[in-house]
Design a protein. Structure first.
Length: 88
């Protein structure tokens, strides 16, 4: 089992600059959002507004970036936070 996890990690992770370049060149994806995760990891969402493809990555403090998820039909949203009614 450990060898499988290591093989997947090697295949799905690379230096951040390499991953960002591959997402841009191969899929036309650019960074759409960013946040800090556990242990100071950087979580980013990359997407192409033309094709709708998207990828979520996590980058460690050492600069290793891993692909977490990807898919299609990306849509940017700017939803306002709903404030609860004070009369209720």
């Amino acid at each position: 089992m450990t060898n499988t996890v290591q093989a997947q990690t090697q295949r799905n992770c690379a230096p951040r600059a390499t991953v960002v370049e591959r997402l841009a060149q191969g899929y036309g994806e650019t960074r759409q959002s960013i946040g800090l995760g556990r242990d100071n990891t950087m979580v980013e969402v990359f997407a192409s507004l033309q094709s709708g493809s998207w990828t979520i990555t996590v980058t460690t403090p050492t600069g290793l970036t891993c692909l977490i998820a990807s898919g299609q039909s990306f849509e940017p949203l700017a939803e306002a936070l709903q404030v609860p009614d004070k009369d209720a």
